[in-house]
Design a protein around this ligand. Structure first.
Ligand code: ATP
Length: 325
C-alpha cells in the first residue's frame, strides 16, 4: 500500500482522536501517505478528504469526540453510494482504509470490501457500548463509564441528603456493560440490564429491604435498553409501592459520550491505531483489530459481525447484588 485513508463513523467515542493520531503517525513513520476523511462514509461519497501530516494530529490526545467528525450516512447503504465512494478513493490513489466505529460501520466496511477488494480495510472498534465481538474493550467504554460514575457520585450526595430514591438511566441500547460497571462502582442498590429480566416486584422488595436495613438513599441504574418501557415507567410502577422515599428520575444522556479520554482509552486508541496500520502493511484486509487478554488480535469482520460471544461477566453480576445489601 502507498496511501491510506482514515475515518470515524457511527456514534463518537472518547479515544477516537488518540486512535486517529496513532494511525496517521504510524503510517507516516512507514513512508505512507495519509488522508483524513470527514464525517465517516459521507466524506467518502462527497469527496470531503484532506491530506494529513504529523502535525495534523498534534495536541488531540486529550480531546473527546473526533477531529474527523462522524455521521450516519444512508447513501453508503446503496450500490450507487458505494460506487461513488470507490471512485473517489481511486481518484486519489488510496488503496487502504482504516474505519473506526461500531457494528454498523463494520457492516458497511465488509460489504464495500467485498465489492471492491482492491481497497484493503481494517476496522477499529470504537463505541462506548462495549458490545463488539473480537475485543474485550472498545474505544470509549472506559471513559464513558468513568463519566457516569462521576455523575452518579454527585447524585448520591443529594439522594443521601434527602432520603431519596433515584432512578438513573445510562446509555446501552443492547448492552448493560456501562450500567453494570457503574452500578458496582457507585454501590447502586439495583441495576436493570437489557441482558437480564428483573421482575418489578423483586425490585420493589429489594428497595423496601434496603430501607429496613437503614439505607438513607437508594440508586437504581437503568440501562437504556432495559425492557420495562423506560426509566419513567419503572419509577411510576415503584412509586405506588414505596412510601419512604422521595422518588426522582435522571437521564444522563449525551454527556456520557463526551469528555477527555481516560488513560485507558488513550492507550487503547494508540494501540489499536498502531496495530491497524501494521495489519494493512502486512497485507491484511476485512479484519478488525481488538484487544483480548491484553494482546492485540485480528478477527475477521465476518466473524465479528456474526458472533455474539460478548456477555456480561458472571462474577460482576453476582457481586453487584451481594455488595449492595
Ligand atoms: P454505534 O455503535 O456507535 O451506533 P455504528 O458504527 O454501529 O456505531 P451505525 O450508525 O449503525 O453506527 O453505522 C454507521 C454507518 O455505517 C451508517 O451510517 C452507514 O453509513 C454505514 N452502514 C451501516 N450499516 C450498513 C450497511 N448494511 N451497508 C452499508 N453501510 C452501512
Amino acid at each position: 500500500i502507498s496511501k491510506l485513508a482514515v475515518l470515524t463513523s457511527g456514534g463518537d467515542a472518547p479515544g477516537m482522536n488518540p486512535c486517529i493520531r496513532a494511525v496517521v503517525r504510524t503510517a507516516i513513520y512507514n513512508g505512507l501517505n495519509v488522508v483524513g476523511v470527514k464525517q465517516g462514509y459521507k466524506g467518502l461519497i462527497e469527496n470531503d478528504m484532506y491530506d494529513m501530516n504529523k502535525r495534523s494530529v498534534s495536541n488531540i490526545l486529550n480531546l473527546g469526540g473526533t477531529i474527523l467528525k462522524t455521521a450516519r450516512c444512508l447513501e453508503f447503504r446503496t450500490d450507487e453510494g458505494m460506487e461513488t465512494a470507490y471512485q473517489n478513493l481511486k481518484a486519489q490513489g488510496i488503496d487502504a482504509l482504516v474505519v473506526i466505529g461500531g457494528d454498523g460501520t463494520f457492516t458497511g466496511a465488509l460489504r464495500f470490501s467485498k465489492k471492491y477488494p482492491d481497497i484493503q480495510i481494517i476496522g477499529v472498534p470504537g463505541t462506548i457500548d462495549n458490545d463488539l465481538y473480537g475485543s474485550t474493550y472498545t474505544l470509549g467504554f472506559d471513559t464513558a463509564t468513568n463519566t457516569v460514575i462521576e455523575a452518579i457520585d454527585k447524585i448520591r450526595d443529594t439522594a443521601d441528603a434527602h432520603d431519596r430514591l433515584f432512578f438513573i438511566e445510562v446509555m446501552g441500547r443492547d448492552s448493560g456493560a456501562i450500567a453494570l460497571r457503574a452500578g458496582i462502582s457507585c454501590g447502586a442498590e439495583a441495576i436493570l440490564l437489557p441482558e437480564v429480566e428483573t421482575a418489578i416486584d423483586d425490585l420493589i422488595a429489594s428497595i423496601k429491604t434496603g430501607h429496613l436495613n437503614k439505607k438513607s438513599s437508594s440508586i437504581v441504574i437503568v440501562a437504556e435498553g432495559d425492557k420495562h418501557g423506560g426509566v419513567y415507567d419503572i419509577a411510576k410502577m415503584v412509586e405506588k409501592e414505596v412510601e419512604h422515599y422521595d422518588i426522582k428520575v435522571t437521564i444522563l444522556g449525551h454527556l456520557q459520550r463526551g469528555g477527555s479520554p481516560s488513560s485507558f482509552d488513550r492507550i487503547l486508541g494508540s494501540r489499536l491505531g498502531f496495530a491497524a496500520v501494521n495489519a494493512l502493511i502486512a497485507g491484511e484486509t476485512q479484519h478488525m483489530v481488538g484487544l483480548r487478554a491484553n494482546e492485540i488480535v485480528l478477527t475477521s469482520l465476518e466473524e465479528a459481525l456474526t458472533s455474539h460471544e460478548f456477555k456480561l461477566e458472571d462474577d460482576l453480576m453476582q457481586m453487584a447484588h451481594i455488595l449492595s445489601i
